[in-house]
Design a protein around this ligand. Structure first.
Ligand SMILES: *Cc1c(COP(=O)(O)O)cnc(C)c1O
Length: 378
């Protein structure tokens, strides 16, 4: 794993023992957004998908460098409104009437996910533009979570689009389609092909149904590799051409937020049982569930802490593979399996990089009622 940036290491060294913290580096958020912007074709809009990391300062930082925010609940909508963003898009298959009303009040563009939702929206008195989220028949893209071309609760089945449009309340004007289809795609060429296909399908479909197409929303899915420093190659995206009069919307979450996050946890104990060595941490999957949810080992960096002022000897291991495990009473509380360490001592800190997205936000914080980590915003 790469070395920790100095300012992150410095912040982590100053934590009180036993250390447990997330660090969010706002400069890294801005860097990721700038890198993405530089790689996208003209007429592309970047909306940060708040569900990746809803920490208010992360949302605020990304709102200021992206064109707006994509939200999927009333709670995220509130965050977006408070961040004072220029543009909000609201999607998700389970919007309540209260959430729909709040979205209308906030001036958000709605990705409508069913005919019934369209009816409820019209009944609230809304008149104006919407996008329809479509579950297409085929999607030529690979990634870890496939959401279209397969039965899911997301969007309207492409085969039902004609009947939905024929019975849509007349106060709603369809201006485009939302086609989010993949998560964590690491293949830039495949993602560029997906964008081209989304655009050409939208043009063809709009023309078949007499829709004046203004928006093609291709959702998120730009990938990063949580086990290395690799990310999707953005270069092929710049070759996509967006026709005049059409806005291509992208809603990246992981790509923008992951690299800004570091999760640090102090080693509370070291033990070897039945031939495996475990570093038991003040922390675990209740703070950072992704490795357990996805079934992979998340690499760590050792941040050595040399001070030791206790009147007993300090447990230490060297040149051995270690499992990094948490403080929960379950054998599934594992962040990393078998990572080789040159030396590791009780009191040292393990730092997990690339934990700014789908880390704290997707974890089961209250299981066992340990205290939450500190949150340090740089
Ligand atoms: C989750 C989600 C995103 C963000 O996906 P990433 O893989 O984090 O880029 C964008 N749009 C929608 C509709 C989503 O559900």
């Amino acid at each position: 794993m790469a070395e920790l940036p100095d300012h992150v290491a410095t912040a982590l060294r100053t934590l009180a023992t036993p250390a447990c913290a997330y660090v969010y580096d706002t400069e890294a958020l801005r860097t990721a957004a700038a890198r993405l912007r530089a790689s996208l074709p003209a007429r592309t809009t970047i909306l940060y998908a708040v569900k990746a990391n809803g920490h208010p300062e992360v949302v605020q930082s990304l709102a200021s460098v992206c064109d707006g925010l994509e939200v999927a609940s009333g709670g995220e909508l509130d965050l977006a409104v408070r961040a004072g963003t220029g543009r909000i898009v609201f999607g998700g298959p389970a919007k309540t009437d209260t959430e729909l009303a709040a979205a209308v009040e906030a001036g958000a563009l709605l990705n409508v996910e069913s005919r019934f939702e369209a009816e409820r929206l019209a009944a609230l008195g809304f008149t104006g533009d919407i996008c329809l989220r479509i579950n297409r028949n085929d999607v030529a893209v690979t990634g870890s979570h496939t959401m279209t071309g397969t039965p899911t609760p997301f969007g309207i089945d492409e085969n039902q689009l004609g009947s939905v449009l024929a019975s849509l309340p007349s106060s709603l004007t369809v201006i485009g389609f939302h086609l989010h289809a993949v998560s964590n795609n690491l293949d830039g060429q495949a993602h560029a092909d997906f964008l081209r296909d989304a655009i050409s399908w939208s043009i063809k479909t709009a023309s078949a149904y007499g829709i004046n197409l203004r928006v093609v929303n291709a959702g998120g899915g730009l990938g990063i590799d949580h086990t290395s420093a690799a990310s999707i190659d953005l270069a092929p995206l710049s070759q996509v051409s967006v026709p005049d009069g059409v806005e291509l919307i992208l809603e990246p979450g992981r790509y923008l937020a992951a690299d800004a996050g570091y999760y640090a946890a102090e080693v509370l104990d070291l033990k070897t049982t039945h031939g495996r060595t475990f570093a038991v941490l003040r922390g675990g999957t209740h703070h950072f569930r992704l490795p357990a949810a996805w079934g992979y080992s998340h690499p760590f960096t050792v941040l050595p802490v040399d001070e030791w002022d206790r009147p007993y000897s300090r447990p230490s291991v060297s040149d051995t593979p270690v499992d990094a495990v948490g403080e929960l009473c379950t054998p599934r509380d594992v962040l990393t399996r078998g990572q080789q360490v040159a030396r590791l001592r009780v009191g040292d800190r393990l730092v997990f990089a690339r934990t700014g997205a789908y880390a704290w936000d997707i974890s089961h914080h209250d299981f066992l009622r340990h205290p939450a980590p500190e949150f340090i915003i740089l």
